[in-house]
Design a binder for this molecule. Structure first.
Ligand code: ZN
Length: 829
């Protein structure tokens, strides 16, 4: 006890202050909207070192020197993180190369991903040239190689076809069209630009075979990516041995980390039951795997007296378990979340093996410092916090278990009369119970964190995880891994998988399977998480119960809604398409649902559902202006999650979405009022549907007018010049066109926004929802000029991100990309 106390006394004094200082410095640097000159960061690093040296020379531990240490550590971390960011930014893609045909030589750095459109690859560049002159391109690129069917600009279809035998480690020379990483920026949305920043990817692009350029050419196989090459070989082996696509997909995901192999419907089931972290090789999955491996290695080790005599079982178990987790993480793709978790686990293991009996909060804190010094930007990732809490809870509860288990083990030793077999069995059962209890504690502790990060707690998830975590980590993953050596085991794994699917399908069908709440502000959410952690800590119930009010605070929080008679717009950043959320005091409407991005992802499941959940919005009506994919791409996902929402659209009766929700046809003259705000459809005329020949989808675009008598908004879909003229021709409709805010027709295409129409609308603000460097060239320069001539404030979604406008404050359009500037975000030229 004394030894423990003295060790505690040595580390926390300076160690605690240093750690807090380092975390503080990194956190402050991450708040910066843009980076400062290198000299300033370097100055802070130097200053920090001098300060620290002064304190170290004095060898005093008074309050004054503690504060100095704190400041020095913070300044050091702040400066260092800034310098690292500057170094990274200095290798960014030169904007002058965007949209040009660049001839790039590079090595395929990872297993290529198969998509519906072709291949996606990570290319480590070696050289590049533009028009015969060498140019600098970033070290790592994300490249799509699409068949001509998915590539409108394909000139030479036969060269455009990705080769079937493309492998990790191959060196290629390819003509690429590159652009800076650009993602959508939405409230509570996924930060794609930060994600690529952490991956080290500084440009995305696609292969573009042209008649004038040298064709794509394989220059040879290198051995720079041996693990990726081995993973690719295993993936092919799985595909060859397992006939059932569903099983093969999950096996590929579990063994080699190929998540694209999983079917979209299965993803929906995994998400609904809260177990997707198990198949996406997340930090929590690696943590669980490590902890179960520790348990199993320990159990095996204790079975041999000789091994125990050689090295104590707890140490061997810890080292063995963590080493297995590293191996697994490496083979399953070595993704950033897995790397981070491995560093975390290694820190815990090193500290415990070194014999330091520090209290677990110190160990936990030090773990955070090590991981964040290695990758400061992890602090902004949900996955980091999830695995950090998981590691912390396991660590805390296992120390409590160690203490409690000590007398029990002594009792076991005295009962030497028991047969060896019974002892082994009892120890096995105890181990399993212990492991199950721990994973249950983690699941429980992660629930409030899930609420804070995703605005959702899956009730079924608690049950599903209790069953799926041991099943996937103890049975499925080992079988799947062992199948690499002996493929027959994959058949057994498929059987185990069928059981899992049966269980999850059943659970997902329960009506109250998940409970969502609005995402609270950070401080309130942190209080809620602390409450959740407090509740599961091994402490007296009097202390634990203090967690309840904290948790309650976060759960009861609700976002502010417009006052009666007022309304708000949120034009989501969904790329090339339309999606605008309209809210009144007690009602909500979604105008269009954005585009589809690929077979498995669309604006609905990527952007709109997380947004609606985080804001706790229950839609009364979904309007689908017309049938084009950039407007209905996310509709199925949204309608599925919002069963109460009515559908108003110009979709034909045979359209597939009609199966999901019967749609009322939008016709000019329809109107209703919500909370003192009037809604009216201005277009199309009822007769337009019967036109011969059948009208183009754009011609049927619903146009919605929203007004509270003082402010008016016009949402125009993809109407074209002809529809604009039609509305102007009817004096009653023309009188209703004047609006404060206009959702620019057809994303700013030159076929719309006629000068006469803009004159009639007289908008103050005009919102363009279009993709960054989209292939249609929206908005057209001529159209932008028309808006500028009339001094209309034009808001472009690639530059603005999600745009918010409120009738109570009609002068302002808030742009999320500007209001929440970060230096890792794409600075749109
Ligand atoms: Zn469109």
């Amino acid at each position: 006890m004394h030894a423990t106390a003295s060790r505690i006394a040595i580390w926390p004094r300076t160690g605690l202050v240093l750690s807090v200082g380092l975390l503080l410095g990194m956190a402050l640097q991450l708040q910066q909207a843009s980076l400062l000159p290198a000299g300033i960061y370097a100055l802070f690093v130097l200053l920090a070192l001098v300060l620290y040296a002064l304190v170290a020379i004095k060898k005093r531990a008074d309050a004054g020197s503690q504060v100095t240490v704190l400041l020095a550590a913070a300044a050091f971390a702040w400066g260092l993180t800034g310098l690292r960011a500057l170094l990274f930014v200095s290798q960014a893609l030169n904007p002058a190369l965007e949209g040009r045909d660049v001839l790039v030589t590079g090595v395929v750095a990872d297993m290529p991903q198969v998509t519906e459109a072709g291949l996606r690859l990570r290319l480590a560049t070696e050289a590049a040239e533009l028009d015969g002159h060498a140019v600098q391109v970033p070290a790592l690129l994300d490249v799509g190689w699409y068949t001509s069917a998915y590539n409108a600009q394909a000139q030479v279809p036969e060269l455009q076809r990705p080769p079937p035998d493309l492998r990790a480690g191959q060196r290629w020379r390819l003509q690429l069209r590159l652009k800076a990483p650009h993602g959508s920026v939405n409230p509570h949305g996924f930060d794609y630009e930060l994600y690529l920043w952490e991956q080290g990817v500084q440009a995305t692009g696609y292969v573009r075979a042209t008649a004038s350029a040298p064709p794509p050419q394989m220059l040879g196989q290198t051995w720079t990516a041996p693990v990726a090459l081995a993973r690719q070989w295993v993936r092919e082996r799985i595909q060859a041995h397992v006939a059932d696509a569903r099983s093969a997909g999950l096996l590929a995901a579990l063994v080699v980390g190929d998540q694209r192999a999983i079917d979209r419907n299965d993803w929906d089931v995994f998400r609904a039951t809260g177990v997707s972290h198990l198949v996406s090789i997340s930090g929590t999955h690696i943590t669980m795997f490590a902890w179960l491996a520790v348990g199993v290695v320990g159990w095996l080790w204790r079975g041999s007296a000789r091994l125990c005599g050689w090295w104590p079982a707890p140490q061997a178990a810890l080292l063995g378990g963590v080493a297995l987790a590293w191996g697994y993480a490496l083979f399953s793709g070595w993704g950033v979340p897995a790397q981070r978790t491995c560093v975390m686990l290694a820190t815990v293991a090193v500290l415990r093996l070194s014999g330091a009996r520090w209290p677990w909060p110190w160990v936990w804190l030090l773990t955070a410092v090590v991981v964040l010094l290695w990758d400061p930007w992890a602090m902004l990732q949900a996955g980091f916090w999830l695995s950090f809490v998981a590691v912390g809870v396991l660590f805390a509860s296992s120390i409590a278990m160690d203490l409690r288990a000590a007398p029990a083990e002594a009792a076991g030793a005295s009962a030497a009369k028991d047969s060896q077999l019974r002892l082994v069995l009892r120890r096995g059962v105890l181990t399993v119970v212990h492991l199950l209890r721990e994973q249950w504690v983690v699941t429980l502790a992660l629930a409030p964190l899930g609420l804070l990060l995703f605005g959702q707690v899956s009730l079924i998830g608690l049950v599903a995880n209790a069953l799926a975590i041991p099943w996937v980590t103890l049975v499925l993953t080992p079988l799947a891994m062992a199948g690499v050596v002996w493929p027959e085991l994959w058949t057994a794994a498929s059987g185990a998988m069928a059981l899992l699917y049966a269980g999850l399908d059943g659970l997902a069908a329960w009506p109250w399977s998940s409970w969502s709440a609005p995402v609270p502000p950070l401080a309130m959410g942190v209080a809620g998480v602390l409450g959740g952690v407090l509740l599961v800590l091994p402490m007296p119930w009097a202390v634990r119960s203090a967690g309840v009010p904290l948790l309650w605070l976060a759960v009861l929080w609700r976002p502010a809604l417009p006052a009666p008679g007022e309304f708000e717009l949120l034009a989501a950043d969904i790329g090339q398409g339309n999606a605008v959320l309209v809210q009144t005091a007690h009602h909500a409407l979604l105008f269009d649902t954005g585009p589809r991005y690929s077979l498995e992802s669309d604006a609905g499941n990527r952007v709109l559902l997380p947004l609606l959940k985080a804001l706790d919005v229950r839609l009364d009506t979904v309007v689908l202006s017309h049938r084009d994919m950039d407007h209905v791409g996310g509709a199925a996902a949204v309608l599925m999650q919002q069963p109460q929402a009515a559908l108003l659209s110009s979709l034909e009766p045979q359209h597939a979405l009609q199966q999901l929700r019967h749609s009322e046809r939008c016709e000019a003259g329809q109107q209703w009022e919500w909370d003192g705000v009037a809604f009216e459809v201005l277009q199309p005329q009822a007769g337009a549907y019967e036109g011969q020949p059948a009208p183009k989808p754009n011609a049927l675009s619903c146009v919605l007018r929203i007004s509270n008598g003082r402010q008016t908004v016009l949402l125009a879909g993809d109407i074209e010049a002809a529809q604009e003229r039609q509305m102007l021709a009817d004096p009653v409709t023309a009188a209703k066109l004047r609006a404060d805010v206009l959702l620019v027709p057809h994303h700013g295409s030159k076929t719309s926004s006629t000068p006469e129409f803009l004159q009639a609308v007289q908008a103050q603000h005009a919102l363009v929802q279009a993709g960054y460097r989209n292939r249609y060239g929206h908005p057209a320069a001529a159209v932008v000029g028309r808006y500028q001539d009339l001094r209309i404030h034009l808001v472009l979604s690639p530059r603005c991100g999600a745009a918010r406008w409120r009738s109570a404050e009609p002068q302002n359009v808030a742009c999320m990309r500007e209001d929440e500037r970060h230096y890792w975000r794409h600075d749109v030229p």
